[in-house]
Structure formats: C-alpha cells, structure tokens
Design a protein around this ligand. Structure first.
Ligand code: UDP
Length: 454
C-alpha cells in the first residue's frame, strides 16, 4: 500500500470510556495493518495500557478532571469538562509532538481521527491545519436522532409535552419520540447544545462502527443530509485481528467458560448491563429471584460497584433462590464477553443494549432481552426489536414475575426460537460484510486519507 515508503502518521483520540476506547483501539489496529503509523492521544484518566499495544505510540494530554469527577464516573460531566478544558492542553501537546515527529522520524500527521463525543478536537485540528475525521462508536441511526432533535428544536417543538409518546418522529419513521436519546438524560438542554455543536462541524468524513446492510436507510439518509464521506466499517471487533487483546477495565473471569462448557447447547442466558449501567440493590434481588424462578441456566455479570459485597449479598437471599443460583447460575464480576457470546451454550443475552454489546451479540447470532437505560440504548433496542426482529422490547419493570416471564419468552417459547433463527441469519449476513461492504469502506477511508496527503 505505502509504495513510496512514506509512513503516514495517524493520531487517534478516544474519550476515556470503555465502550469508546475499545472500538477506537480496534480501528487503530486495523489502520496499522494498512501501513499507517499510529499514535493514541489519551487522557490520564482511564488511560490504555501501552504494554498491551506494542505497535502504537501513546501520547497523554492534560485532562483537567478533578478527583471528584473521576470518582463520580459521571459520563456527561466528564465529557463536558474534556470539551471545555482540553483545547489548549491538547493543542500544545500536539504542537510538540508534530515537531518531534518531524525531527526524529521525518513523519507528519496525515490525519486526526477523533471520537464524536470530543467535538472540541475539530477546532484544534483546524488550527493545526491537520485533516480530521470523526469516528462514531454508536449506530448511524443514533446519529440521525441528533439531527432530528436539532430540527425539532429549531421548529420550536422542544421540550415535548409528552416524552413517553409512541408517535413516530417525523423523518425518522422507525423511531418513536420516547426512543430519542434526549429524554433519557438529566439535562436535555445541554445535550441539545452539544448535539448542535457536533452537527455543525463539517469533517471530511465520518467513520461508523456499523454494517451497511444493518443500517442502509439511516446511512443513506446521513449521506443525503451531510454530503460527506461516510465509512461504515464494522463490526470493528471482527475486522481487527487482535480481538483477544482487547482493552479490559476489569480482570475477566475465565472460569465461567469452563462452567459454560458443561451446559447444553443454547441453554444459557448471559446477563450483563455493560460497563456503566447497573441495577439498584433492591432490583438486584428481584433479578436474582426472577432468574432463579425461570429455571433457566444463566451467567450473570455483577460489577463490583453494583453491590459492595457480592458474596454477602448472595448469602442474604432466600434459601430457594440460593439453591436456584447454585444449580443453574454462575455469577462473575466481569466476563470475557466476546468469548461468552461465541460459546455454543449461550442462547440468549439480557442486555442494556450498548452499541458494542449489540454488535457483539449480532455477530454471534444471539437474540436479546432489551433493558435500555440511557443514551443510544433505546435507539438500539428499537433497531433490535422492530427492525432486525432479534430483540424483545421488554417493559423493563424490574420485578421477579416480569423477569421470569421475559426470560422464558426468550429461552423457552417459540417466539424466542424464531428470534434465534433470525439472529443466526443476520450473523451470516454480517460476517459477509466483513470482507464485503465494510472492507470496501475501509479501502475508501485509506484512499481518502492518502488523497489529502499527497
Ligand atoms: N464487557 C465485557 N465484559 C463484561 C461486560 C461488558 O467485556 O462483563 C464489554 C463488552 O464486550 C462491550 C463493552 O464491555 O465491548 C460494553 O460496551 P457497550 O457499548 O455495550 O456498553 P457501555 O459499557 O458503553 O454502556
């Protein structure tokens, strides 16, 4: 590819959140395999471990986060601080780095690829006269909702009278008002301001971790609206060749794989709400009872911050639930999710429907019980249930009887069996895209970066 021996240098800039960092690092390894030199510019908070990525350079920049913010783990607060406080620190760091690259390696930065959450980087790149491309770690359909919200606001429709409305949003025909991300946030106004900022930028391209055939109508709509290059390159975890070298915030428990090895085909429900969402303690007890009463096998991730002492909490449950968990359950703090979903014993996933979990499940043909909580999770739920028909849009009332019922719907009933069938068809479709549409989009991206750097 790089016939002329010039190595083009790319700087990739992820925000410090697990669900964003992982796909950015996957994208980085894909671009590295295409011949680019890679630098990951990152905050000190939640920084990736360089020793896991010997092929990349790492460039920390001052993040301006206070200890209180770091311990609060407030996603929105952290993002907005980064967007306001990091402009100068990042610029200065990059200026030094550019000089260093020029002196030591005779390289220059061909392009900055930054996560769409960090919209401040647009102006930094412009000032440094470096081309930039936005990377979105959520679905294309979710990105369209930002556009729709900005439209609704400009037409004076916001705030809505009824945020639970099941009416369809104009121009987003498959989504209802209640699916829009703004209604799941503590401060919709801030979000709208930021979404407007995000939308006002005109990067010369946008990369999505998605598959053309899954989201063709949203991708087309975006193309029409923005007239920029759109690169649907996904699922990144399938394209990157270092999938077992993924960034993990917690030590993965591999005993659960031996546990799965002893379970019948498609008999286990995998239960996890990703890296941020969680159940409250009283809900946790309902989940335990519901799972035990469903009489199905389950592998359940309870992250350490969800409950102080998991063993003590498990001991406090009633005798029959304890027996149910001991006989059919396996509880871990963090699972090797890719391996779990690929395991033949797994037949269903109870998920918060984060975009990474959604894609990982689709790639393995595992249907989902959808329990969305914030951000894009409702949009993903709607896609899973209404468009791809591999997800149960569940009422999300965390009561044991409701849980028992929905688990049996997915794991035992005909309805669930049909979804598993459909999921397995989608799995093949997605796998074809890895060497098809996603591969073409990747080549398009590489050409695009090279063409602005001749
Ligand atoms: N994950 C994991 N082990 C777990 C739970 C989650 O490896 O026990 C990974 C999962 O594979 C996914 C990521 O954490 O890649 C969660 O990302 P997602 O976008 O689904 O949700 P978020 O955590 O951003 O809400």
């Amino acid at each position: 590819l790089m016939e002329n021996q010039i190595r083009h240098h790319l700087v990739l800039i992820p925000p410090p959140f697990h669900g964003h960092l992982t796909p950015m690092l996957q994208l980085a390894s894909i671009l590295h395999s295409k011949g680019f030199s890679i630098t990951i510019a990152h905050t000190y908070f939640n920084s990736p471990n360089p020793s896991n990525y010997p092929n990349f350079n790492f460039l920390p920049y001052f993040d301006g986060l206070s200890n209180t913010q770091i311990t609060s783990k407030n996603f929105i607060d952290i993002t907005s601080t980064l967007n306001t406080k990091c402009v100068s620190p990042l610029k200065e760091t990059l200026v030094h780095y550019i000089a260093k690259l020029a002196n030591e390696k005779h390289e220059k930065i061909a392009c900055i690829i930054y996560d769409g959450l960090l919209h401040f980087i647009d102006s930094v790149a412009k000032e440094l006269k470096i081309p930039s491309i936005v990377f979105r770690t959520t679905s294309a359909t979710n990105f369209l909702t930002y556009h729709a919200c900005a439209q609704l606001q400009s037409k004076g429709y916001l705030p809505l009278q009824d945020s639970k409305s099941c009416d369809l949003v104009p121009e987003l025909d498959l989504l209802r008002f209640k699916d829009l991300p703004i209604f799941n946030l503590p401060n919709p106004d801030d979000f709208l301001q930021n979404s407007a900022k995000t939308l006002s930028i005109t990067p010369f391209g946008v990369i999505f971790n998605t598959v053309d055939s899954l989201e063709d109508s949203s991708l087309n709509q975006l193309q029409q609206l923005y007239k920029v290059n759109i690169f649907p390159i996904g699922p990144l975890h399938m394209i990157a060749d270092d999938s077992n070298n993924s960034q993990s915030i917690l030590r993965e428990n591999h005993n659960c794989i031996s546990w799965l090895n002893n379970k019948a085909r498609k008999s286990v429900l995998y239960v996890s709400l990703g890296s941020i969402a969680s159940w409250e303690e009283k809900e946790l007890t309902e989940v335990a009872c519901g799972l035990a009463n469903s009489k199905q096998n389950f592998l359940w991730v309870i992250r350490p911050e969800t409950v102080k002492d998991v063993s003590a909490w498990l001991q406090s449950l009633s005798e029959d639930v304890k027996v149910g968990i001991a006989e059919r359950g396996c509880v871990v703090k963090w699972a090797p999710q890719g391996e779990v979903l690929a395991h033949e014993a797994v037949g269903g996933f109870w998920s918060h429907c984060g975009w990474n979990s959604t894609l990982e499940s689709l790639c393995e043909g595992v249907p989902i019980i959808c329990q969305p909580s914030f951000g894009d999770q409702r949009v993903n739920t709607r896609l899973l249930s209404h468009v791809w028909k591999v997800g149960l849009e569940w009422c999300n009332v965390i009561l044991r009887d409701e849980i028992e019922r929905v688990v049996r719907r997915l794991m035992v009933n005909q309805e669930g069996e049909e979804m598993r069938q459909r999921a397995s068809e989608l799995k093949h479709e997605i796998r074809l895209a890895v060497n098809g549409s996603s591969c073409d989009a990747l080549d398009g991206l590489v050409k695009c970066i090279l063409s602005v750097n001749v």
